[in-house]
Design a protein around this ligand. Structure first.
Ligand SMILES: O=C(O)C1=C[C@@H](OP(=O)(O)O)[C@@H](O)[C@H](O)C1
Ligand SMILES: C=C(OP(=O)(O)O)C(=O)O
Length: 409
C-alpha cells in the first residue's frame, strides 16, 4: 500500500502518452489466438491489467491435461470478461478468480446466455466462477448497457465456433467505441464480422492470422494531462492517433468545450488554459473519462452536469461516490445523482486527505485536481495506478509536478 503526497504546482512540457490498455488487451488476445509470438517481450513496465491478460492467455492456451485451468484475472474486468467466452469456445474447463473489486463486478450477462449455449457456469454470484462445456454457435441476446466487455468477449470467441452466430442487443449500446475497437482489431487479425441493425453477425469457422501489430496510444490516459493543461499548465502530448476509434478520443473536444485552447501541431496535441466553464456531459460513451472530467469541472466556473454514468458505480470502485466524496473533502461543491454528478465549480480546492478507493482513475484524477489545491493533498492507494499506468507519477513529476509516493510497506 502507498500514499502519495501532492503539493500544488503547474505542469508544463511534453510527454509520450502510454500505450492504450484497451488496444493492448485486444492485441495480446488476437495475437495469442493467432499462435503469434510475444507482443511485449519486456514486461517490466507493463500495467498490471495487461500482465493479467498475457498470463491468463498463456494459461488458457498452454494445454490442460483434462484439469480445470486456473485463470486469475487480478483486478482486470476486461481480462475476465474477454476470456470467459474464449475458454468456452475451446471447451476448456476453467476456474476464474480475481482480486480487489473484481469478484463483485457483474458477470450476470454471461450467466444468463452461456448456459443456453452449452456452457455450465458454477458460481455463488460473482467470482470464483467455474465454467465447463463447449460453447455452441447461434443467437446471443444481451443488453448493451451493462458492459460492452461482454460483447467484446463474444466477438473474440464466436468466430472460432463451427457455425455462424449473431449477437443481438436488447438495449442500446453504451461504451460503443470499445466494440468498434474490437471489430477493427479482429479485422486486422483476419476475422470478419458484419454489423446488423441490432448487433453483429459473426461467421464461424474462422481463424486468427498472425501479424505484427503496433498498439496505439491511450486517449483515456492522455485526458489526465489534458486536464493539467486546461487547469493552467502548458502540455504537449505525443503519440496520439487523431483518427483513433477509441471512444475517449472525445477528450479533445470535451476539454475544448471546457474552454481550453487545444491545438494539433507537429503531430502533438497541445493544451493550455483559456476559459474554464462548466458544461453538460453525457457519459454513456466515455465512462473512463468521468473521474478526470469531474475533477476538472470542480475548478470550472458554473455548473457541470454529468449524466448517463450509472455504470461508473460498478468499476474498480463506485466512481461517482468516490469523486463526490473526495472533491467534497477538498472543498469542492459536488452532489451525486442516480446516474451522475452535479458539480458547481470553485476557484481553488483545499489541502486534505483522499481515499483513492484502490482505483487508478480516482487516484490520477485527484493527483491532477491537487495541482490547484492551497496545500498538500494526501491520496491513499497510490499503488493502484499500476493497474493501467505504472509510470504515471514519474511522468507527472517530469512535467514539474510535486508528487511524493510514500510506501506503507
Ligand atoms: O473494452 C474495454 O477495453 C473497456 C470497456 C469499458 O467498459 P464498459 O463497457 O464496461 O463500460 C471501459 O470502462 C474499460 O475501462 C475498458
Ligand atoms: C474499468 C476499467 O478497466 P476494467 O473494466 O478492465 O477493469 C478501467 O480501466 O477504468
Amino acid at each position: 500500500m502507498s500514499d502519495v503526497k501532492i503539493y500544488p504546482s503547474v505542469l508544463n512540457g511534453s510527454i509520450l502518452v502510454p500505450p492504450s490498455k484497451s488496444a493492448a488487451h485486444r492485441a495480446v488476445i488476437c495475437s495469442a489466438l493467432a499462435g503469434g509470438g510475444e507482443l511485449f517481450p519486456d514486461e517490466t513496465r507493463l500495467s498490471d491489467d495487461i500482465k493479467a491478460t498475457i498470463h491468463t492467455m498463456k494459461a488458457l492456451l498452454g494445454g490442460t491435461d483434462g484439469e480445470i485451468v486456473q485463470i486469475h484475472c487480478g483486478e482486470s474486468g476486461s481480462t475476465l470478461r474477454f476470456l470467459i467466452p474464449i475458454a468456452a469456445a475451446f471447451g476448456i474447463s476453467a476456474r476464474f478468480t480475481g482480486e480487489g473489486r473484481l469478484p463483485q463486478r457483474p458477470i450476470g450477462v454471461y450467466l444468463d446466455c452461456l448456459p443456453q449455449h452449452g456452457v455450465n457456469c458454477e458460481t455463488e454470484g460473482g467470482l470464483p466462477l467455474t465454467i465447463r462445456g463447449k460453447l455452441t454457435p447461434g443467437k446471443f441476446v444481451l443488453p448493451g448497457n451493462i458492459s460492452s466487455q461482454f460483447i467484446t468477449g463474444l466477438l473474440f470467441a464466436l468466430p472460432l465456433l463451427n457455425g455462424d452466430s449473431e449477437i443481438r442487443l436488447s438495449t442500446p449500446l453504451e461504451s460503443a467505441g470499445y466494440a468498434d475497437m474490437t471489430v477493427d482489431i479482429l479485422n486486422d487479425f483476419g476475422i470478419q464480422t458484419e454489423t446488423t441493425e441490432t448487433g453483429w453477425r459473426v461467421p464461424g469457422g474462422q481463424s486468427y492470422k498472425p501479424r505484427e501489430y503496433a498498439v496505439e496510444r491511450d486517449w483515456s490516459q492522455a485526458a489526465f494531462f489534458l486536464a493539467a493543461g486546461a487547469l493552467g499548465g502548458n502540455i504537449r502530448l505525443e503519440g496520439l492517433n487523431p483518427n483513433s476509434r477509441q471512444g475517449d478520443r472525445a477528450a479533445e473536444s470535451l476539454f475544448r468545450s471546457f474552454g481550453a485552447d487545444v491545438v494539433w501541431a507537429d503531430n502533438q496535441l497541445s493544451i493550455t488554459q483559456n476559459k474554464r466553464n462548466g458544461m453538460e456531459i453525457d457519459a454513456s460513451q466515455i465512462p473512463d473519462l468521468v473521474p478526470i472530467l469531474a475533477a476538472t469541472a470542480a475548478l470550472c466556473r458554473g455548473r457541470t452536469r454529468i449524466f448517463n454514468a450509472q455504470r461508473l458505480r460498478i468499476k474498480e470502485s463506485d466512481r461517482l461516490s468516490a469523486m463526490a466524496d473526495g472533491l467534497s473533502r477538498l472543498g469542492g461543491k459536488v452532489r451525486q445523482t442516480e446516474d451522475g454528478l452535479l458539480i458547481d465549480g470553485v476557484e481553488t480546492l483545499h489541502s486534505g486527505e483522499i481515499d483513492g478507493c484502490n482505483d487508478h482513475r480516482i487516484v490520477m484524477a485527484f493527483a491532477i485536481a491537487a495541482l490547484k489545491a492551497d496545500g498538500c493533498v494526501t491520496i491513499h492507494d497510490a499503488q493502484s495506478v499500476r493497474k493501467s499506468y505504472p509510470d504515471f507519477f514519474e511522468d507527472y513529476n517530469r512535467l514539474g509536478g510535486k508528487a511524493h509516493v510514500v510506501n506503507m510497506g
